[in-house]
Design a protein around this ligand. Structure first.
Ligand code: ADP
Ligand code: MG
Length: 696
């Protein structure tokens, strides 16, 4: 027998049961039982004293003593329960049965030494155990270890597949243990991170001596999982670097230098300088760059992107910048164009609504190389869009682009362009460490100087008048205001009606001010006009749906009122808030909600009022929504870890990542003797089936 032996050959299983187990639990080989981890343990390793029960309420315990009194008690409307006094030398508790037969009642031994086992309850200072297990033989009752409780169901139990069954099968397997379970981690790694062996881990995860040995087993198994996962990504990255050729951008030339010296509207933050350097070093080498640029909303990613494009240009290459929405692409286009005015660098915008005539010109100019910087939406990906020599592709707001779409960019040049992916909101640390480990990551962890932290407040309907008055005062000071409304697709018509009504109220209240509106039903030209009207300062108020969520940049806007804020997700709220606080003025974000909030909405609102830090917010968001949702639908299913918890196990993930990096840094081919067992295991596991597919 080995780990790959089909389960039908296990004692007590056979072909029929094997088929059933396979159907219900998906098990096919012996190893599946070993990785069927207990949910929790029952502690039958010791006997408690009644005097020490206070700390053990709601856990399962064993007591040794005698029943001194047994009687039926009538309660409620004629129901009876059986109640016993159980006493040891330190005190008394109650044992109760709500379901019992006369026969059973007679079987309960009185005044003899017993071991009782069950879950301890406490009510008004009185301890009790309902439906306890009773054992008269102490040797049978006390086991040498904690006993596993497996995830089960009544359906399984009916077929004899109850907890006892799983305990039996697993303990049979473990008895053959030494020959079965080969170590798969290098000794050096196990020593450094103080990990127990794989054998011991499997043993102690199922039958731990005590809580401490269960913890050690848990940690080892989690580490192993994180380690193998990181290794698969790291090897992919190494493979990519050794095979993916790229155009080396050897020098920094006139365009960059001139812009940097003459046109830069502000001093770069140290973080911007650092990530720019990382990008430059990447692009210098004849290997395709694959880099993720992380930075909070407003941290200045666009400027870094622009400077990278200038380096491409200095080396004779074209670049393109893609955004997921038309509005955002337009915004980028305007800001890039403005920054590059009075230079002879040609910039154009290509989106779904670009007119055919203009489109044709763009296509021609891209082919001839006359057009060097293209900003756009998905339209850029179309096959008809051909470049003379695309050297750099920047993708903003990465979550909204699918993997396949990104791959199409690679094909835009014989030697694929360098890729820089920019995220809209920070990704939780553990996710970034896990799922982007085949990308190099740069982080802008510093905001431009002079920014005042946005003040965020939670208000309810009854405060509306004061919120409006406050907004009015801010307008009098020369500021601009956003009012944002949620839009949920299922009731689009209703939402739309709602938006129009509110627009009316705002126009009435802010009489004499210009109010403009932006929503998803408008044509691109209309949206563009509305946006320009607001951006130019002609309108003081913008009433909008979440179309303004990403990237919109109007520094003079200092108040963001988010209506029905409980209907927005956390990262969305943070994105929206990021539309203010872009200038030197004190900015405000007001979250309007109804009076009744769910627990989760309260957490979201509270998090928003407590912090401006996007990294912190993303952590809370992950706790609320789970990692799968944060990564986006295209990547769901990649978080199917058996033991590892991406939310709670940050430390282990970091340790495993360090271990993998360290190991590959000095032996990328795993040739060291100490790594042979790892290599063997890894090759067997991943041959032909890459469990964790490419992400970028
Ligand atoms: P995001 O990272 O969210 O894309 P942006 O690139 O839109 O942020 O930048 C937000 C605002 O900050 C813009 O108005 C931009 O001009 C400004 N900005 C960027 N870098 C700096 C800096 N180093 N100093 C001052 N302002 C900056
Ligand atoms: Mg941006």
């Amino acid at each position: 027998m080995n780990l790959d032996t089909p389960i039908e050959f296990l004692k007590g299983i056979g072909p029929e049961r094997a088929k059933y187990i396979k159907n219900v639990l998906g098990f096919s080989v012996v190893e599946d039982f070993l990785t069927f981890y207990p949910l929790r343990y029952i502690d039958k390793s010791r006997i408690f004293k009644i005097s020490e029960l206070a700390e053990n309420v709601d856990t399962e315990i064993q007591l040794k003593g005698k029943i001194t009194d047994l009687q039926e008690i009538v309660y409620g409307s004629g129901k009876t329960r059986l109640s016993a006094k159980f006493r040891d030398e330190t005190g008394t508790i109650e044992l109760v049965w709500f379901r019992y037969s006369k026969w059973m009642k007679e079987q309960i031994p009185i005044l003899t030494e017993l071991i009782v086992f069950g879950r301890l309850n406490e009510f008004n200072g009185i301890y009790s155990i309902a439906h306890p297990e009773i054992e008269t033989d102490e040797k049978k009752a006390v086991s040498g270890s904690l006993l596993p409780v497996y995830p089960g169901s009544e359906k399984l139990a009916k077929r004899g597949l109850n907890n006892k069954f799983f305990q039996q099968v697993v303990s049979d397997i473990l008895r053959n243990l030494p020959q079965l379970i080969e170590e798969n981690l290098p000794t050096s790694v196990m020593e450094k991170y103080r990990l127990i062996s794989r054998q011991h881990a499997y043993y102690h995860i199922h039958f731990p001596k005590n809580k401490n040995s269960a913890d050690h087993a848990n940690r080892r198994l989690k580490f192993e999982e994180a380690f193998m996962f990181q290794l698969s990504y790291a090897l992919k990255k190494i493979h990519h670097k050794s095979t993916a050729v790229g155009n080396p951008f050897r020098h920094v030339g006139e365009n960059f230098k001139h812009f940097y010296a003459e046109k830069l509207p502000f001093e770069l933050t140290n973080a911007q300088k650092r990530v720019l350097k990382e990008i430059r070093l990447d692009m210098k080498r004849p290997v395709q760059m694959n880099r993720l640029l992380q930075g909070d909303v407003g941290s200045g990613k666009t400027m870094v992107a622009l400077l990278a494009m200038l380096i491409a240009l200095d080396n004779g290459f074209q670049s393109c910048m893609m955004a997921p929405t038309e509005i955002l692409a337009q915004q980028h286009f305007y800001s890039v164009k403005e920054l590059l005015q009075d230079t002879d660098i040609k910039v154009k915008l290509l989106t779904g609504s670009t007119r055919p005539a203009e489109r044709k010109i763009i296509h021609e100019e891209l082919l001839s190389g006359e057009l060097t910087v293209l900003v756009g939406t998905h339209a850029v990906l179309e096959d008809v869009v051909k470049f003379r020599n695309l050297g750099l592709a920047i993708i903003d707001e990465q979550h909204r682009f699918g993997v396949a779409q990104r791959a199409r960019l690679w094909a835009k040049n014989k030697i694929p362009p360098h890729i820089l992916v920019m995220t809209a909101t920070p990704i939780p640390r553990t996710l970034a460490m896990s799922f982007y480990s085949d990308l190099d990551v740069s982080v802008i962890d510093e905001m431009p100087v002079g920014r005042k932290p946005i003040i965020t407040a939670h208000r309810r309907e009854k405060d509306r008048l004061s919120v409006f008055r406050f907004a009015k005062e801010e307008i009098e000071k020369g500021r601009q205001i956003y009012f944002v409304y949620p839009l949920i697709e299922e009731s689009e018509t209703l939402d739309y009606k709602n938006l129009m009504e509110n627009f009316g109220h705002i126009v009435d209240f802010f009489e004499g001010k210009n109010v403009t509106m932006l929503h998803g039903r408008m044509k691109p030209v209309e949206k563009d006009a509305a946006m320009q009207y607001f951006a130019s300062g002609k309108a003081e108020i913008m009433v909008a749906t979440t179309v303004i969520e990403v990237g919109v940049n109007v520094p003079n806007a200092s108040v963001m009122v988010i209506e029905s804020a409980e209907r927005f997700g956390l990262s969305q709220l943070h994105q929206l808030r990021g539309r203010v606080g872009r200038g030197a003025e004190q900015s405000y974000c007001i979250l309007m909600t109804s009076d009744k909030l769910s627990k989760e909405s309260r957490t979201r609102i509270k998090t928003m009022t407590e912090t401006n830090d996007g990294f912190k917010i993303s952590e809370v968001d992950m706790q609320l929504r789970g990692p799968g949702d944060i990564l986006g639908t295209q990547q769901s299913g990649v978080v199917d870890f058996k033991k590892l918890d991406l939310i709670a196990d940050g430390k282990i993930i970091k340790a495993a990542k360090d271990a993998v990096e360290n190991l590959l840094a000095h032996d990328p081919k795993l040739e060291t003797a100490d790594y042979q067992s790892l290599k063997k295991y890894y090759t067997q596991q991943y041959r032909g089936k890459n469990k964790w597919g490419r992400i970028s």
